[in-house]
Unconditional design. Structure first.
Length: 435
């Protein structure tokens, strides 16, 4: 048993025993009440699942095992000479609750390198699609095609016991995370660079190698990828992609099926696809205004015109957060150090100065602040990754870290099939008349 699996097993066994005792004594206690607005409103705010890897606070933002993003940027191990955290360290933290050492992170980088082989039929499956197929469609197809490699599916067919489910899920998660950068880079190069693919560089870390295979040869871009893949990794369990992975996984579908379903959820315009909507909107604004250096007054007018057309301002607002997204702030800090003179970056900063006041003045916007999507596109464009239909694939590679760590925990805890109760509108009418 490898060192990460051994540490996880130790933590999971202890927590499972603790939860069993907790439920025996307190299982009948009421956690909260559901109102009709929540029944009809997408179950917003309903406490109905456990997700230990991360927690989202409306004011403080995301915390990973208790650590916020500024703390992670300081405390997680880094590659020598770089200032940004290695995503491998966050995965270790989410899986064990422990901040890893540099040696442990180096071991994990090497372990993922060993597991990174992508089967030939996965490349063939992608190549069978038209090159202009949306990158997220290609990504989902590729993940499902690799299901032939599932350790869980094989061992389940052989009759493994329930106590082994977590072990097989851990193996699938490790294998799948290891393969995703190669798959994602292949999609980018076949779609936007005529299939001119770049072989992996095994001397690099997980995120650095991904940046290398994308073909953007800039050391600062590697730093950006380490930051990007860290801050997008998880956002508690209630967001659409995380919840989808949890739901699919609760049926005992393996990690490949579960992650593919989560990526299909991430591809929705109200979720991960929003990151491409932001930069697309900024490009359209630049074209309409005829300048890459618009004034705040010009930007304010364009924002008001967008709202007058009954459209939203992409990158602003969040279902939970009531302050600027710390992930936005982390990217802004990166830009201030490396690319503060970039035109699109400066547009993003001017929007930050203009949009919250405009949205706040409407009197009906709960959160007028920028979310993570508001900044990422400008950073990527600066380094040459301007093909915004690809951005959600980057998001997906990162999100796999959190959802697969959580899926492994779900299997270790023996969480059951998720099966909420639905009601009809007639039932609701009867409930109201009789209450």
């Amino acid at each position: 048993m490898d060192q990460l699996k051994s540490r996880f097993n130790e933590k999971a066994s202890a927590l499972k025993t603790e939860i069993k005792a907790l439920l025996k004594e307190h299982g009948n206690k009421t956690v909260g009440e559901v109102n009709l607005s929540q029944v009809f409103g997408g179950m917003r705010g309903v406490k109905s699942m456990v997700w230990d890897c991360s927690e989202l606070d409306a004011i403080e933002g995301i915390r990973f095992r208790g650590y916020n993003i500024p703390q992670l940027r300081e405390l997680l191990p880094k590659r020598e000479g770089d200032k940004e955290p290695l995503p491998e360290g966050l995965f270790w933290l989410m899986l064990t609750g422990d901040l890893p050492t540099k040696e442990q992170v180096d071991w994990l980088s090497d372990e993922w390198e060993k597991r990174a082989h992508v089967p030939a039929h996965t490349f063939a499956a992608m190549d069978a699609l038209a090159p202009d197929t949306h990158p997220m469609t290609q990504f989902s197809v590729a993940i499902v095609s690799m299901q032939t490699e599932s350790v869980f599916a094989k061992r389940y067919a052989e009759g493994m016991g329930k106590h082994e489910y977590w072990d097989a899920t851990y193996e699938d998660s490790m294998n799948l995370i290891a393969k995703l950068p190669r798959v994602a880079a292949y999609i980018y190069r076949r779609t936007f660079h005529n299939g001119d693919h770049i072989e992996p560089d095994t001397s690099l870390d997980w995120a650095g190698n991904f940046a290398h295979m994308l073909g953007i040869k800039d050391a600062d871009f590697m730093s950006l990828m380490r930051l990007y893949l860290t801050i997008h990794a998880d956002h508690e369990g209630g967001n659409a992609s995380a919840h989808t992975v949890h739901l699919t996984g609760s049926t005992l579908s393996d990690a490949y099926y579960a992650l593919a379903s989560g990526m299909n959820s991430l591809a929705g315009p109200l979720h991960g696809l929003a990151n491409q909507e932001v930069i697309k909107w900024i490009f359209e604004m630049v074209e309409k205004l005829g300048t890459k250096t618009p004034s705040k007054e010009q930007i304010a007018q364009y924002v008001n015109d967008t709202l007058a057309a009954k459209k939203v301002i992409p990158g602003y607002g969040h279902a939970v957060l009531r302050q600027p997204d710390p992930r936005f702030t982390a990217q802004k800090t990166f830009a201030e150090e490396y690319i503060k003179d970039d035109d699109y970056v400066n547009i993003v900063w001017k929007l930050f100065e203009v949009v919250p006041d405009i949205l706040g003045s409407l009197g009906k916007v709960k959160n007028p602040w920028p979310n993570v999507d508001a900044h990422s596109g400008a950073l990527l464009v600066h380094y040459g990754l301007k093909e915004y239909s690809y951005y959600t694939v980057l998001f997906g590679v990162s999100r796999a870290l959190g959802v697969l760590a959580a899926l492994t925990w779900s299997r270790a805890m023996g969480f059951p099939l998720e099966r909420p109760k639905s009601v009809t509108t007639e039932w609701v009418k009867d409930f109201i008349s009789n209450s």
